[in-house]
Design a protein. Structure first.
Length: 644
């Protein structure tokens, strides 16, 4: 069957409520899944009349025992023929709305019928169907499990009704500047795995458990795209959010490289997400299904004294290990709460009444996803460094947080901004924001900073690198750190005792404290350093002696995202801040593992990777009201090129 299914990207097994065909569907769906890249969906039979077929889609109708003769074929015989030779049937459907439905009562999936009605059953207008899917009627508590008449029910044999995703296929992985997204109100899915369970109402009936795709950590150097159970409400203050956009962060790489231990196998990765509320617990009074939200990376209860003071990252109640447990964030190790992450189709958000932040439609997906973690962390770093009017600020590291820090320190009054990194395309992105850039592979960054500041050093430093710092590969800085090679090797063994590199991928940083050392050295006397780059507990070295002798103020820690997010959302909505240029790649969840690899290797054009998960309820990139106008990000329009 492998050769026969060549060219098929998706197969929809459509079935009615009859138990007669469930075994056949299970067997054929399993056979199709075995082909590898084919996505398999199990849907209701009547949906076939609602949506036109796309290229590479194959739909296999399984009818009720009263509907066996369809288009002159026995349904099971027809499906067997299609699986054997699908080519003639691609992009072709079968009329399931003819006289055969006479007498069959049904209000399911958009087709209406009434017992004894003559003639064929007419499909509901798709526009009204989409409206009903978006807006639950009064009395609904869940956008997925709707008890009202106009929505699908869950007390029948099949719970699965999904329309095809619009973001799939090879066109996903393109530069965001060329990405064209149509805003469609459709239900999307990355696949559901059917699982048979007993049903007391009828021995042959089946209930389909809900599954989703997610990026899962299996070990150091081992992440996979798996099918996992969808999350469920566990606490009255929980919410289930359907993720529309997620992203890959440098912190996620720590778990794969081995520089942050304590991960449990099977943990879903990711701590950045934008989505739509699907379901809420009884204690969530301020959100309802259908609300568009951004999810802060860290979790706080909103009740304890720390949360009330704005220190959400040090919440007393969020961590199962108690008040001394420390910061809780999504997709992290057991010490950080052991929560599943946000690189999935659905996520459970604890303390949703506090954690979720509503989004206006004037803020699009590309803007909002960077407000989940990157921009709050950069803003927090500027606050730690005590940036004020006229300050000269050095940002060490031009990754996503370092890039965001350029806009944040400018908004907080910085007079000059100097960015240090060794990756050319990241330096160019910083230069596009009109920061002064230093390439540590071409010059000694400490000496360059001193030259730029009259030998004094900078007033404030933001360390946006952390434990995975890299040594210079060439230039005067490489000669300067060569004498410390043995020390750095010891630090790496201490920071990443378990390593599993794959060639040049998943390699821990070879100079764990180099960014910290440079930060101390380039700061002026009595200056301030704000550290937001991650240093896990096993890192035991820091140049305290040199910092002490210069009277430096050192501040560090995990960002209190919920404290800064509402203000940042307002800045974007007003047009004062536009994060859009920082999303340099936009891929799909199916290509997430490859995106991880490229981001890990710091390949050109992979500074910040967003993952489009679903379209329903999303505002496509570039459609934000102030997209492309944020003066704090671009500081003006670039001048003409040399050719111009």
């Amino acid at each position: 069957m492998t050769a026969a299914l060549k060219g098929v990207r998706r197969i929809y097994f459509s079935m009615s409520l009859s138990p007669y065909y469930t075994d056949a569907v299970s067997l054929m769906a399993a056979a199709a899944r075995a082909q590898g890249d084919i996505e398999v969906f199990v849907n209701m039979m009547t949906w076939l009349a609602l949506e036109p077929l796309s290229r590479g889609e194959l739909r296999l109708p399984f009818g009720d025992h009263r509907l066996a003769p369809i288009a002159g074929h026995d349904v099971a015989e027809l499906c067997a023929k299609i699986l054997t030779d699908p080519a003639p049937h691609l992009s072709k459907s079968y009329d399931l709305t003819g006289p055969e439905l006479k007498g069959h009562a049904r209000v399911r999936g958009g087709l209406r019928g009434r017992a004894g009605t003559p003639g064929h059953v007419r499909p509901r207008r798709r526009r009204n169907l989409e409206r009903d899917l978006r807006r639950p009627r009064p009395g609904c508590v869940s956008a997925r499990r709707r008890p009202c008449g106009g929505h699908r029910r869950t007390n029948r044999a099949s719970e699965s009704r999904r329309l095809p995703e619009s973001l799939s296929g090879p066109e996903q992985d393109k530069d965001v500047s060329r990405r064209k997204v149509t805003r469609r109100a459709v239900s999307t899915s990355m696949g559901r795995k059917p699982q048979e369970t007993e049903d007391a109402r009828h021995p042959a009936m089946r209930r389909w458990d809900m599954h989703m795709k997610a990026v899962v950590w299996h070990g150091v150097g081992d992440i996979r795209l798996d099918s996992v159970p969808e999350p469920k409400i566990q606490d009255p203050y929980d919410a289930i959010v359907r993720i529309t956009t997620s992203a890959i962060c440098g912190t996620d790489l720590h778990f794969v490289r081995g520089t942050m231990p304590g991960m449990q196998e099977g943990r879903i990765l990711g701590h950045e997400a934008v989505g739509v509320v699907e379901e809420t617990g009884e204690g969530v009074r301020n959100f309802r299904p259908g609300d568009r939200v951004v999810v802060p990376s860290t979790v706080g209860c909103g009740t304890c004294s720390y949360c009330r003071a704005g220190y959400y990252a040090q919440c007393d109640n969020a961590n199962p290990q108690g008040p001394r447990g420390g910061t809780v964030f999504f997709g992290g190790p057991e010490a950080a709460g052991g929560l599943d992450g946000l690189q999935a189709e659905y996520a459970r958000v604890p303390f949703a009444h506090v954690g979720l932040v509503p989004l206006p439609d004037t803020v699009d997906e590309a803007q909002a996803i960077l407000l989940s973690d990157i921009y709050p962390t950069a803003w927090f770093g500027a606050r730690l460094a005590e940036v004020g009017d006229g300050d000269t600020v050095a940002v060490v590291g031009a990754g996503p947080v370092g890039q965001a820090a350029i806009a944040c320190v400018r908004l907080q009054g910085a007079g000059r901004i100097i960015v240090v990194d060794g990756v050319q395309d990241r330096l160019e992105l910083a230069r596009a924001q009109h920061a002064e850039v230093i390439d540590f592979n071409a010059e000694d960054p400490v000496e360059a900073v001193r030259d730029l500041t009259g030998g004094i050093g900078v007033d404030r430093v933001i360390d946006a690198v952390g434990v995975d710092a890299q040594r210079p590969s060439q230039g005067p800085a490489a000669d300067a750190v060569r004498e410390q090679s043995e020390q750095f090797d010891h630090e790496r063994a201490e920071a990443a005792p378990d390593q599993n590199p794959d060639g040049e991928t998943w390699v821990p940083g070879n100079a764990p404290t180099l960014a910290a050392r440079w930060s101390v050295q380039m700061a002026a006397k009595a200056g301030t350093i704000g550290t937001v780059g991650v240093y896990p507990p096993q890192v035991q070295h820091y140049p305290f002696g040199e910092a002490f002798m210069k009277n430096l103020t050192l501040k560090s820690g995990n960002c209190n995202h919920r404290r800064y997010l509402p203000e940042l959302v307002s800045l974007v909505a007003e047009g004062r801040l536009d994060p859009t240029p920082l999303v340099t790649r936009w891929g799909g969840v199916d290509s997430a593992v490859e995106a991880y690899r490229r981001f890990d290797r710091r390949e050109a054009g992979w500074t910040k990777v967003a993952l489009g998960v679903a379209d329903e309820g999303a505002v496509a990139p570039g459609l934000g009201e102030a997209a492309g106008t944020g003066a704090a990000t671009t500081a003006g329009t670039p001048g003409p090129s040399a050719e111009e």
